[in-house]
Design a binder for this molecule. Structure first.
Ligand code: SF4
Length: 470
């Protein structure tokens, strides 16, 4: 999780970044930050809270400049500490470097150890600072920013979409497997925008140009996109949970509409796990598109059994279980008239620990539902994620510990069914070998200590493409 954005050549860039981050708010609600370059120095503001809580008119006005970067954070590596709020900022040998990162490195400790041995002192526990340290170290040693990125990508392992601003120029790079999304858009006034999801482009009226290609590094300068392919892999490993849950339904990621994927999962679920019911209801919001697909395929009416209070956060990304459980009650309220004495199919995106599903089902039962058939638009999550999602350890993942029949009993569902792995892959429409399915299969696209690896044949490449005007 985490959402990142960078914008060039745009007057009042802080305001555009504000709207971009606002559109990416679902990717992280713990903290937000915007740094801009005013031609001489970097203007900075960041803090805990939602984008609308961290920034106001006077703060945005104080963030002068035409180029800047921004971040919304969901804590993974490094934990919930104020010093880990991004963007990060560094000054060395006359250079200023500001940087944002979405993803998770799996070799942070080794790299920290190595750079500490060279005398580097870290001031945060974040893997993002390790990326910055490598870049800065290369630039200090008279390497060009492109060379610094190339070396950095050679050193780091894991998932990363990075945007950085070096002396006022914007750069970005994406891991060779394309695990985390990053796309590029063109703003009407001549500037460019880089962002985790296409909804951020829409929010500033930008035209989608393309996704940053896995293994690619870009520099945005003088109205030109300079692209360099740094690494290549035999196949990609796009995170399937972007399609299942993380991304906004109105985003297009790596050429695939998130809404369409979710609708198709619902259609396939209706075929794979039909149920006799009076109505199909989503668990809002991430179950909504799948529920419309289930309803369309089953011809059972779509009717909302639960209404979401729009002013509460996403429960899964709240940092503690206790907060998550209180949030469920605050967030969802059943529509008694829709469910009393009815058989209901509830469609949700996933089950992680099972506690949220149990709470939701108990609510729906309390309001009079006769039967509750729970349909899940993802296969069982059986293994942790090391690549940026805060899934718990195997012992906390309910599907890792128990078969479906036992989970069904534990959450007191009339019936419980998940979409099959094949069904999910069909719904996404990207070949299996180009997807990360680590948390669903226990086989990961990168080497992780103690886990099985599905090798992707990553190699460095060394070819500059010609600067392209967009
Ligand atoms: S392990 Fe799961 S959540 Fe993590 S990147 Fe892979 S598909 Fe996404």
């Amino acid at each position: 999780m985490c959402g990142i954005a960078g914008i060039t050549d745009t007057p009042n860039v802080s305001v555009s970044l504000y709207w971009a981050l606002y559109a990416l708010q679902h990717r992280g609600q713990e903290s937000a930050g915007i740094f801009t370059y005013d031609g001489k120095s970097v203007q900075k503001h960041k803090g805990y809270g939602l984008v609308s809580e961290v920034f106001n008119g006077p703060i945005l006005e104080s963030l002068a400049g035409k180029t800047g970067i921004g971040h919304v954070r969901y804590p993974t590596t490094g934990g919930s500490k104020p010093e880990n709020i991004q963007p990060f900022h560094f000054m060395f040998r006359g250079h200023v470097l500001s940087l944002v990162h979405n993803g998770n490195l799996v070799n942070t400790n080794e790299l920290r150890y190595e750079y500490e041995g060279r005398g580097h002192i870290f001031s945060t526990t974040s893997d993002t600072e390790v990326i910055a340290a490598i870049l800065a170290n290369e630039i200090i040693h008279d390497h060009t920013p492109d060379e610094a990125v190339s070396y950095c990508m050679r050193m780091i392992r894991g998932s990363y979409a990075v945007i950085f601003m070096l002396d006022g120029i914007l750069y970005a790079f994406r891991d060779p497997l394309g695990i985390k999304p990053l796309c590029l858009g063109k703003i009407e006034n001549g500037g460019f925008i880089l962002a985790s999801e296409s909804v951020a482009l829409d929010s500033v009226g930008a035209i989608f140009v393309r996704d940053v290609v896995p293994g690619e590094s870009v520099r945005l300068e003088d109205g030109t996109v300079y692209s360099r392919k740094m690494m290549k892999a035999k196949s990609c490993a796009h995170c399937v949970f972007e399609y299942i849950y993380f991304a906004r339904a109105d985003s297009i990621i790596d050429g695939v509409s998130v809404y369409d994927v979710r609708r198709r999962t619902g259609e396939l679920l209706a075929k794979q796990a039909p149920a006799k019911a009076d109505l199909i209801s989503p668990v809002p919001d991430s179950g909504t598109a799948a529920a419309t697909g289930y309803s369309r395929e089953s011809r059972i009416p779509f009717r909302e059994a639960l209404i979401k209070n729009r002013y509460t956060g996403r429960t899964f990304i709240m940092p503690s279980q206790e907060k998550r459980e209180i949030a469920v009650r605050m967030k969802l309220n059943p529509v008694r008239g829709h469910i009393k004495d009815k058989s209901v199919v509830l469609v949700d995106d996933s089950i992680v620990r099972g506690t949220t599903s149990k709470k939701i089902l108990s609510l729906v039962r309390e309001f009079g539902a006769k039967e509750i058939h729970l349909r899940i638009a993802s296969p069982q999550i059986i293994a942790p994620c090391y690549l940026g999602t805060d899934f718990p350890t195997r012992s906390e993942l309910i599907a890792s510990m128990k078969p479906v029949a036992e989970v069904e009993k534990e959450i007191q569902a009339t019936s419980l069914a998940h979409i099959s792995l094949e069904g999910l892959i069909e719904a996404i429409g990207i070949p299996r070998e180009d997807l990360c399915l680590g948390c669903l299969t226990g086989k990961y696209p990168v080497a992780i200590d103690g886990e099985e690896e599905e090798k992707r044949g990553i190699t460095m490449v060394d070819s500059y493409s010609r600067p392209s005007k967009v």
